[in-house]
Ligand binder design. Structure first.
Ligand code: GUN
Length: 286
């Protein structure tokens, strides 16, 4: 039986420590979230982020716009937040409606307030092996989870399934930054199971039932980033958990694995941006 990579327990531990740090601050960090439209998943995520922030003493505001908002209005709001010294972190919840130029909106965020690491500046720095202001939340959460269980990536075969800008691609870059040998698989990959079976650490971020027992290596580590509802309405991930857990050494559950770690990373990032802005020193970026 595999050891469960318990994201909830680690989230609680991280947030407890973070709260202690935030309690020491007289002026509190502030996270501003922009939500366009009423996509139910986005509303749920945003409410969760706000609730968690408030428990920690992070000031949090959700700025809502209708789905048909003009792009210019969003850009103006972001510029206003950029210029507001009280706002330390800005998050534009994705997806955005089709008529909005997503990258233009994201690149209007001051990179110093880019809590997701989505701006071209921060993403480019990540790709170039330089430090962004903060690292993207989901891959950062996954590395924190692996660190907690003493799983070192140096020299290991890491296979990432999925190449999204949100998870797969930055995850591959960050695993490379940890000196792993990284393979990124996607919908055009031939012989997927032949590749996944070479993984010491397999990270699946696809959003459909995909990873079966015969696709994983014995005693490997499996991280499941997928989260969706099956035909019975049950929340599940990419991995056939009940079968795969008998084969591998470590496995992250859904729910309770990567999801809580993403939120923990967002809170850490908000605090880190606050500290950078307060001190105005940053080792690489001046
Ligand atoms: N939509 C789904 N996940 C995320 C995330 O981590 N950040 C943002 N901004 N939008 C998302």
């Amino acid at each position: 039986m595999a050891v469960i990579l318990d994201g909830k327990a680690l989230r609680d531990k991280i947030l407890l420590n973070l709260k202690k740090d935030i309690d020491l601050l007289t002026e509190k960090p502030k996270l501003s979230v922009i939500l366009v439209g009423e996509n139910p998943a986005s509303v749920l995520y945003v409410n969760n982020k706000k609730k968690t922030a408030e428990k920690l003493g992070i000031i949090s505001e959700v700025i809502k716009f209708p789905a048909d908002v003009e792009e210019e209005i969003l850009l103006d709001k972001i510029k206003e937040l950029n210029n507001d010294d009280k706002v330390n972190a800005i998050l534009v919840q994705l997806p955005l409606p089709e008529h909005i130029n997503k990258q233009k909106v994201i690149d209007t965020i001051n990179p110093k307030k880019d809590v997701d690491c989505f701006t071209s500046v921060n993403y480019g720095r990540l790709a170039a092996g330089l430090k962004p202001y903060v690292y993207p939340c989901t891959p950062k959460g996954i590395l924190l989870l692996l660190d907690e269980y003493g799983i070192d990536l140096d020299g290991k075969n890491v296979v990432v399934v999925g190449r999204s800008n949100l998870v797969g691609k930055p995850m591959s870059l960050m695993a490379l930054g940890r000196n792993a040998t990284v393979t990124t698989c996607h919908s055009h990959t031939k012989n997927l199971s032949g590749i996944t079976k070479t993984a010491d650490v397999l990270i699946s971020a696809v959003g459909e039932v995909l990873i079966e027992e015969n696709m994983v290596r014995e005693n490997s580590v499996v991280v499941d980033v997928g989260i969706f509802r099956d035909e019975n309405g049950k929340v599940r991930g990419d991995v056939e958990f009940n079968d795969v857990e008998n084969v591998v050494s470590y496995i992250s559950p859904v729910p309770g694995g990567v999801g809580p770690m993403t939120i923990a990373s967002l809170m850490l990032n908000t605090y880190e941006l606050y500290m950078v802005q307060k001190s105005e020193v940053h080792s690489d970026l001046k």
